[in-house]
Design a protein around this ligand. Structure first.
Ligand code: NAD
Length: 366
């Protein structure tokens, strides 16, 4: 593995390898791009088979965060951290506090948050050593669970997609199939129901499905069939997407719009294939940016305000319309169009830094 070669390949700015034998910490922090602001991205703990696998994952995830923040219009760069090891065995107060000290040493270039296999308790340990943490519990003045904001972003994306495909942005009378009724999926069901949608729901656990039937009169479908349900919109909100060459021919919905990360098996093949079939795919990292927008708001010096977070999440509607327009204009997939918008924004902001000033604007602090 040649570290510099891989960093150069996708323009990573900085990689930090952290080692502390006493606590057992083996971590990698990847800072992809800080043109727009400090690199923000969660801390993942994973039992990677090899160090190379961990390295590749952190490079891929940090780069993804750069695009997500850029397209959402946030002044944030992309970063991510991974701790290598079995989360059931390695977690300890010392491990997280040491990790916090490594973050503090970066002096704000990287801001961490929860991710796969990290919890509020772990974040509390990290907070003892550094202020560069976000997504913190409400009792510490933080924003708490980001899921309602993520779900709200999915809902606004759906409305933008409906505007394009049906000429109206209301979900009233639309059939929406939601796969995965966890933190995001269950809030999404509520928002869709309140807007008059008819719900089809699916989850591997019955106790997730039953409340949706009781509260929203939803129809239940098996997890194997739900992606090909005869509906207007499918919303993948489980773990991993499953939209690939095998499933695309079976999809009947005109719109795919859900929170799950990495929905497309291969974005270069499946994005164009969906376009070819006339299915509007709302790019996952655009749709699910509500949680990131919310934790970004937590960083504001005057404190967290949920109302202003909700306002900013609503902006995803406009971003989706912009992506759809570019996809049509350039005849490219929506995923490619979203990437283009992110890259253009970063390039244009990189240029403004050539004009030197001593001051700083005030909008960000309001
Ligand atoms: P979650 O773990 O709370 O919910 C996932 C749900 O999917 C669970 O109810 C689970 O039982 C169900 N599930 C798992 N496999 C399934 C299958 N094969 N078929 C049907 N259901 C299945 O997770 P979440 O926080 O709701 O996140 C959902 C997705 O959105 C994830 O991919 C996550 O990475 C992504 N996401 C979440 C947020 C957030 O704010 N929570 C932000 C960005 C992206």
């Amino acid at each position: 593995m040649t570290v510099m070669k891989q960093m150069l390949e996708h323009d990573h700015e900085q990689i930090v390898f952290c080692n502390d034998p006493e606590s057992g910490l083996k971590a990698i922090i990847a800072i992809h791009d800080t043109t727009l602001g400090p690199a923000l991205g969660g801390l993942r703990i994973w039992n990677y088979a090899t160090e190379e696998e961990a390295f590749n994952d952190v490079l891929r995830l940090s780069r993804g965060m750069t695009y997500k923040a850029a397209v959402a219009g946030l002044n944030l760069g992309g970063g991510k951290a991974v701790i290598i090891g079995d989360a059931k065995k390695i977690k300890s107060e010392a491990l997280f506090r040491v990790f916090g000290r490594f973050i503090e040493g970066l002096n704000g270039r990287y801001i961490t948050a929860e991710d796969v296999n990290t919890s509020v308790k772990d974040i509390e340990y990290i907070m003892q050593e550094t202020k560069y943490v976000t997504g913190i519990p409400v009792r510490y003045g933080g924003s708490g669970d980001p899921s309602p904001f993520t779900a709200r972003g999915v809902y606004w994306s759906m409305r933008a997609c409906c505007k394009e495909m049906y000429g109206t942005d209301s979900l009233n009378g639309k059939k929406v199939a939601i796969k995965g009724l966890g933190h995001v999926g269950s809030y999404l069901a509520q928002f869709c129901y309140e807007d008059g949608a008819e719900l089809i729901v699916s989850d591997i656990y019955e106790d997730k499905v039953n409340p949706m039937v009781e509260k929203y009169n939803a129809t239940v479908m098996s997890v194997d069939d739900v992606l090909s349900a005869d509906v207007d919109i499918v919303a993948p909100c489980a773990l991993g997407g499953g939209i690939n060459q095998k499933t695309i021919p079976t999809i009947k919905a005109k719109i795919i719009c859900g929170a799950a990360n990495n929905q497309l098996g291969d974005e270069n093949i499946d994005g164009p294939a969906l376009k070819e079939r006339g299915i509007l795919y709302a790019p996952d990292y655009v749709v699910n940016a509500g949680g990131l927008i919310n934790v970004y708001n937590e960083l504001k010096p005057h404190g967290y305000n949920p109302e202003s977070s909700r306002d900013q999440v609503r902006h995803i509607y406009d971003v989706m319309l912009q992506i759809i327009a570019l996809s049509k204009e350039k005849n490219i997939s929506t995923h490619r169009a979203a990437n283009q918008i992110a890259e253009d924004r970063i390039a244009s902001i990189r240029n403004i830094n050539t004009i030197k000033t001593t001051g700083k604007g005030t909008l960000e602090n309001r």
